[in-house]
Design a protein around this ligand. Structure first.
Ligand code: PLP
Length: 405
């Protein structure tokens, strides 16, 4: 007998959004239970389907997409991305600065693998979208988590950021609008982060995949439009605002001090070449999506489904004794806090499993987002109000008797 073991490179890599609790949910479903899933930001299964013109365009272009394309992506799609950023105010950008990927996920991995040597550090928010921490760790780097402050609408704590910079720090990740907190950062705050990056020669990695999912009239300011003298790497794609997460279509834009990053860029090009190219049919969706009717607006303005669902979920959660939740200004998640004295939760994965087993409701525990205490969880507000009402009532019912002693 012998056993085949995974690489030690994976020893500290976690991705709990699809971790053990999801496995248990799948098992329960196989047993015939109906599980309400508030665990993942995947719009299409909740009836948020892609605008028809995007799907039609992909189908139309399918016969023309049989071969590999340029490793960085189709010219037409990259040109559409370039023009999109030019319209936002980033004038110094060329088609060469744009890389298309199989979702932002692949590009996050590439951006870290091309950069990090063992021991290099990247500042990452806590809570974070955990792929960032996982990608850094897998690339041999160290994710140093800076605190986002719930008391200040989940804004990152600048003093904490500054205190955690060391000679090994290469960059800082900013997720704006934020997953899981829903925070959207002001221009003034982004300028402060830029100043810190400037002083410490840090690269800014701006994950802006939710930039069009905004509520209450807040505006999103693209990081790349605010500085030309430091390197900014922006990530975005079609998974969320255009609801085609399954198509796996995203982009990365290099801007600012690209002249200082020739070697890093050569590394990125090498990694892009090694995977030959991203899925070609789905690259065709980019031009139509960016240039077409922005149907997301119907969903986030008053009367729109997403807005209504956010308001309902937020209010119902806050009405549960011992639960408090900051109102998200963007994205599609809530990250509520659980009163530890009331429920005495020591292990939040156990909390998520107990909730799943008792109520057949799937959420993700806060520590899955590299949050340091077991006192938060994330829910997705994609289901319709009827389903959300049932789900949050189940949570309230569960909490009436729950205590981890
Ligand atoms: N970045 C953030 C903040 C996300 O929330 C997600 C998906 O949930 C991604 C990146 C990955 O997106 P993609 O589907 O483009 O790989």
């Amino acid at each position: 007998m012998y056993s085949i073991e995974k690489s030690h490179k994976l020893d500290n890599v976690c991705y709990d959004i699809r971790g053990p609790v999801l496995k248990e949910a799948n098992r329960l479903e196989e047993e015939g239970h109906r599980v309400i899933k508030l665990n993942i930001g995947n719009p299409a299964p909740f009836g948020f389907e892609a605008p028809e013109e995007i799907v039609k365009d992909v189908i139309h272009n399918l016969p023309l997409s049989q071969g590999y394309c340029d490793s960085k992506g189709l010219y037409s799609a990259r040109k559409a991305v370039m023009q999109h950023y030019q319209q936002k105010g980033l004038l110094d950008v060329s088609i060469d600065d744009i890389y298309l990927g199989n979702g932002v996920s692949e590009l996050i991995m590439m951006s870290m693998q091309a950069l990090l040597n063992n021991g290099d550090e990247i500042l990452v928010p806590s809570p974070d979208y955990p792929l960032w921490t996982a990608a850094i760790t897998l690339s041999g780097g160290k994710a140093t988590h800076y605190i986002c402050d719930e008391e200040s609408d989940w804004y990152p704590d600048l003093d904490d950021i500054k205190a955690k910079i060391t000679p090994n720090t290469k960059g800082i990740v900013l997720i704006n609008p934020n997953n899981p907190t829903g925070a959207v950062y002001s221009k003034e705050f982004l300028l402060e982060v830029i100043e810190v990056a400037r002083e410490n020669k840090l690269i800014i990695f701006a994950d802006e995949i939710y930039d069009k999912i905004l509520y209450d009239g807040v505006e999103h300011v693209p990081m790349c439009t605010l500085a030309q003298d430091i390197l900014i790497v922006t990530f975005n794609g079609l998974s969320k605002a255009y609801r085609i997460a399954g198509f796996r279509s995203g982009w990365l834009v290099l801007s600012g001090a690209t002249h200082l990053a020739k070697d890093y860029i050569a590394g990125l090009e090498m990694l892009a070449s090694m995977r030959l190219c991203s899925n070609v049919p789905m690259q065709h969706a980019i031009q139509t999506a960016l240039g077409g009717y922005q149907s997301i607006n119907e969903l986030i303005l008053p009367g729109g489904r997403l807005l209504e669902q956010r308001d309902l979920a937020w209010k119902m959660l806050n009405d549960i004794p011992g639960i408090t939740c900051v109102k998200p200004k963007g994205a599609m998640y809530l990250f509520p806090k659980i009163d530890m004295e009331m429920y005495n939760i020591k292990d939040d994965q156990k909390f998520a499993l107990d909730l799943l087993q008792q109520e057949k409701l799937l959420i993700v525990q806060g520590t899955g987002f590299n949050w340091g205490r077991p006192d938060h969880f994330r829910v997705v507000f994609l289901p319709r109000v009827e389903e959300l009402t049932i789900a949050i009532n189940k949570l309230a019912n569960f909490l009436k008797t729950y205590r981890q002693d």
